[in-house]
Structures are given as structure tokens and as C-alpha cells.
Design a protein around this ligand. Sequence first.
Ligand code: G3H
Ligand code: ZN
Length: 278
Amino acid sequence: MLTDLHSVAQSCAADGTGLGAFNVIHLENARTFTRAAEESERPVVLQISQNAVKYHDGMLEPIALGTLSVAKAADVPVIVHLDHAEDEELCRRAIDLGFTSVMYDGSHLPDDANREATARIVEYARAAGVSVEAELGEVGGKNGVHDPSARTDPGDAAQFVADTGVDLLAVAVGSSHAMTTRGAELDFDLIAALRDAVPVPLVLHGSSGVSDDGMQAAIRAGMTKINVSTHLNKVFTGTVREYLAEHPDVVDSRRWFAPATAAQEAEVARLLRLYAEA
Ligand code: G3H
Ligand code: ZN
């Protein structure tokens, strides 16, 4: 069932479990991740990024309406979330379309501008009963350059939440986006300090670069929403590569999508269990 992020994240934070958030690039991903969530009997966040919208020729509706329809038919709580939107108008379009959560990412802006824009989105989202995630302290790797050095200050984070009224906060604690190896070293003391200072659930971005143990330790230290994308692309593409090497005569895309989505489904189910057992 389509569910709001605020209540699910609050309940995960209260019981110390992680909430898996996975990026939908193609519509198949929405079904794959939802099937994995149903198997694991866990809630899941299906997130569509501004970059994914760009990939779909700037059209939000086709991928979004399909994903919303998958979420509504699910047996478990499914949140449909806009990820890393730097465009305020895109946030408003997603809210109008029925997304249950949006991330306004103003982390590249000067602090005051980030605060003001985030507060505007919160006001619009509140009226529609939609949750808002924001980011403070830019997590590296969004422009292809890895930089795990950014850190979010706990005092600044608490003030940012008080000023904007966001439901979740993405913080910089040592991960970096789009890593294809899993050696990121997280600052667990900082995560614990942020958890103590910030009254809303925290979000770990760039989790593809974090090991299984690292993700579980991050959840124990106080992270709630765990965003994974690159790792699942790697699983998908690696499977396609192997399958096509073994079946060079196949031309029907459904034939090679099948093993690739099956591999992603197994990996998402495994991650969701890992987050539940942190
Ligand atoms: O917002 C999405 C995530 O932070 C995914 O990052 O591709 O490094 O796992 P990742
Ligand atoms: Zn991210």
C-alpha cells in the first residue's frame, strides 16, 4: 500500500531498524524492489531522482505513475519518493502527482538559501500531507568526483530542522555517492552525536560504498533511511553481462531482463533483512 514516509521512518527509528530506499530508473525496478519487500515483509522506499527524470526526457509522469500504481498494489508499505531534486518546481509536480515524500536537495546552496528553499517546499508539502527530506552538509560524489570528507555539524543540523520543519535529514558522515567498491569509512561517533541532537530520522546517502557491517553499524548508531542505487545497478549490469556472454543469440530484451531483475530482487531482499536485523 502507498504510505507516507514520515510515519514509516519514525517507526523504524523507534525500533532501531533500517528502512531501505532504492532508486527506480526503469519501471521494472519498481516491481522488483516491491516484490523483494513483500518477500521480506518490510516497508520500502521507491525513489525516483531528478537525474532519472532527466533520463526519461524530463518526463516525470510515465515513470512516476507506473511506480505509484505498483506501490498501491503492494502488500507492504511502499513510499514513493522524489530523490535529490534541486528543482523546486519538480518537487511541486511530484507532490501534485501523488508522491508521498520528496527530497529537496539544496545542499549545494549557501546555508541560508538552502534553508529558505527547503522551508518553501515543506510548506507546500504539508498542505498535501507529504513528507520532506532535506540535506545539510553535501554528501560527495554527485558530480562523479568522490569526496567522503564532508561532515554535518550536529548543532547546525538541529537548527536546520527547527528552521525548516523537515521530516528527515540527510547528513554527511563519510559516505560518497556512486562508489563501485564498498570501502567507505563512516564516522559512527558523528552519527550518534547527530542522532542525539536531531529530532527527526537521519538518512545515509551513497550507501553503495558501505559494507554490510558498516550499514548495520550505521543503523545501530542512529541512521534510519539507507539509500542504495549504484550497488543495485552493478548487480543488474553484471548479470546482464554474464547472461549475454553465455547466450549470444538472444535478442528479446525480456530474456536478459529476467535474470538481471531476479538478481536485484534477491539482493534487495537480503539488504532489507540485513537492515531489519541491525
Ligand atoms: O540518493 C541516492 C543514494 O544516495 C544512492 O547512492 O548510488 O552511491 O548508492 P549510491
Ligand atoms: Zn543520495
